[in-house]
Design a protein around this ligand. Structure first.
Ligand code: KIV
Length: 268
């Protein structure tokens, strides 16, 4: 079976079909999510927190990202695989190019994701020129948690909202193939999704994004501590016929495709 391609995701945006994305870190979950029909699997550096028990994503190394990417690649056949560039792997454009190359060659992914706005323009241009598909992550940037002073909603005021919007459009112009918005007001998520020609993935960015992503362990209710406001525990539902993981994933896909997730209570 061939994998979902970027043009296929583009066509889904054009046709108004919502795209589903979940994080995956190992082969067994990758096979389950792939079999359920999730279109994009993100090997997120959130693995530092949910797999390794670190208190941020900063300690995750490129070798660890490659290891988990390989596990996910072995378990899946259909989904497009996207891997995070871990903290400092993209410190300058040349380093980013070489590290993205390793994620693709050794990790087996089809796309890399990097955090940051205007400061990533040159890097995105360099990767695009070498044929490396890029997702640009804007809004709440978990790798900048110490600068931001916590995991807080971004783009609340007019100035920061227009900065995020301008960065998003500039990154698309520079060659980003997908944009990802984390923790921004739903109205900003809607505006950027409407104005961008590339698919926009949201996490805490409202229902009008072209795609939704969640951290798998949040939506299965197994991340310790308080679940983020933008997430939903798909295992713990009144209407659930069965509490198994595969049905939770199917409910997630149905909810994203029908537009019932995210609902008002998951938005900022
Ligand atoms: O690392 C990750 O899982 C992510 C998502 C929160 C989008 O970047």
């Amino acid at each position: 079976m061939s994998r979902i391609t970027l043009p296929a995701l583009q066509a889904m945006k054009k046709d108004g079909e919502k795209i589903t994305c979940l994080t995956a870190y190992d082969s067994s979950f990758a096979a389950l999510l792939d079999g359920a029909g999730v279109e994009v699997l993100l090997i997120g550096d959130s693995l530092g927190m949910v797999i390794q028990g670190q208190d941020s994503t900063l300690p995750v190394t490129l070798d660890e990202m490659i290891y988990h990417s390989r596990c996910v690649a072995r378990g899946s056949q259909r989904a497009l695989l996207m891997a995070d560039m871990p903290f400092m792997a993209d410190a300058d454009p040349l380093q980013a190019l070489l590290n993205a190359g390793r994620l693709m060659k050794e990790g087996g992914v089809q796309m890399v994701k990097l955090e940051g706005g205007a400061m990533q323009l040159e890097t995105v241009r360099r990767l695009a020129a070498h044929g490396i598909p890029v997702c640009a992550h804007l809004g709440l940037l978990p790798q900048s948690v110490h600068k931001l002073g916590g995991y807080k909603v971004q783009g609340h005021d007019a100035k920061s909202a227009s900065q995020i919007r301008d960065d998003a459009l500039a990154l698309q112009e520079a060659g980003a193939d997908i944009l990802l918005l984390e923790c921004v007001p739903a109205a900003l998520g809607a505006e950027i999704s409407h104005r961008a020609s590339v698919p926009v993935i949201g996490i805490g960015a409202g229902p009008d994004c072209d795609a939704q992503v969640l951290v798998l362990y949040d939506m299965l209710g197994i991340t310790p501590g308080k679940r983020p406001k933008f997430s939903r525990d798909f295992t713990n539902e009144q209407e659930a016929v069965s509490g198994d993981i595969a049905s939770a994933v199917r409910r997630y896909i149905e909810a994203v495709k029908s537009g019932s997730f995210p609902a008002k209570q998951h938005c900022f």
